[in-house]
Design a protein. Structure first.
Length: 226
C-alpha cells in the first residue's frame, strides 16, 4: 500500500467518530430492524457488509470523478505547479477537518449545508429502501448514503483531486472508505453503546488533533515550485 493510500485509510479510521454521527443512525436501523435472533447471524453481517460495500462504491465513484477533474486541471496549466496547489488545498482541508472533528472550528458545517441541496434530491431514494430486508436493499441504500453531505468525505475528495487521475482517485477514496469501516461495523454490532463512547469529547479531540498533524505533514512534504 502506498503512503497516500495508507494515509487515506488512517484518516478514515480517525474520522470514524464523525462517521458515527453521520451514518450511525442508518447502521443502527439495519441492526434494530432485524429480528432479535438474527442479530449475531450471518444474515445480520451480510446486511452490514452490503451496506458498507455500497457506501464504498459511491466513495470510489466520487473519487474517480475528482481524480479525473484534478488531472484535467493539471493538464490545463503547468503540471507541477498545479499539483502543488491541489496538494496544498488537500493539506489545508485536512487541517480544517481536524479542527472540525475536535470541535474547535465548525466552518466545515457550512460546506455540508451546501451539499445538502443535492442530498435533498437523493435522500428520498434511500427512504424507499427502508426497512432493509435483503443484502441488495442494503447495498443500494449504502450507495445512496455514500452521497450524504459530510465534511470528512469532502476532505478526502479534495485530496483525490491531487491523486493524479481517475484510477488513483478511486483507489484513494476506497482506502479512505475502508478506514471508516471498523467504527461503523462496531456501531452495528454494539447498537449504540459504541457510538456513545466514541462521541465523547476526548475521543473527538484526539482524533481531530491527529488529523491536523496529518494535514501539517502533507504540507511539510511539499517541495517549493522552482
Amino acid at each position: 500500500m502506498t503512503p497516500d493510500l495508507l494515509g487515506a485509510f488512517v484518516v478514515g479510521l480517525l474520522g470514524g467518530v464523525h462517521c458515527l454521527g453521520m451514518c450511525g443512525g442508518i447502521v443502527g436501523a439495519l441492526t434494530l430492524g432485524l429480528p432479535k435472533q438474527d442479530a449475531a447471524s450471518a444474515g445480520f453481517w451480510g446486511l452490514q457488509l452490503a451496506y458498507n460495500l455500497g457506501r464504498l462504491l459511491s466513495y470510489m465513484l466520487a473519487g474517480m470523478i475528482a481524480g479525473g477533474l484534478g488531472l484535467l486541471l493539471a493538464q490545463a496549466g503547468p503540471l507541477h505547479a498545479t499539483q502543488q496547489v491541489l496538494s496544498v488545498m488537500a493539506g489545508l482541508f485536512m487541517i480544517m477537518m481536524g479542527l472540525y472533528l475536535g470541535g474547535w472550528w465548525m466552518g466545515l458545517a457550512r460546506v455540508e449545508k451546501a451539499g445538502a441541496l443535492v442530498w435533498k434530491r437523493i435522500e428520498p431514494l434511500g427512504r424507499k429502501l427502508l426497512p432493509v430486508r435483503s443484502p441488495l436493499q442494503a447495498l443500494l441504500l449504502g450507495m445512496v448514503w455514500g452521497w450524504l453531505p459530510c465534511g470528512l468525505v469532502y476532505s478526502a475528495l479534495i485530496w483525490s483531486l491531487s491523486a493524479g487521475g481517475m484510477f488513483s482517485g478511486a483507489l484513494l477514496m476506497g482506502a479512505f472508505g475502508l478506514g471508516t469501516l471498523p467504527n461503523l461495523l462496531l456501531m452495528g454490532a454494539a447498537a449504540g453503546w459504541m457510538g456513545s463512547l466514541l462521541r465523547k469529547p476526548l475521543a473527538r479531540r484526539i482524533a481531530g488533533a491527529l488529523v491536523i498533524v496529518f494535514g501539517l505533514m502533507m504540507l511539510l512534504q511539499l517541495r517549493p515550485v522552482v
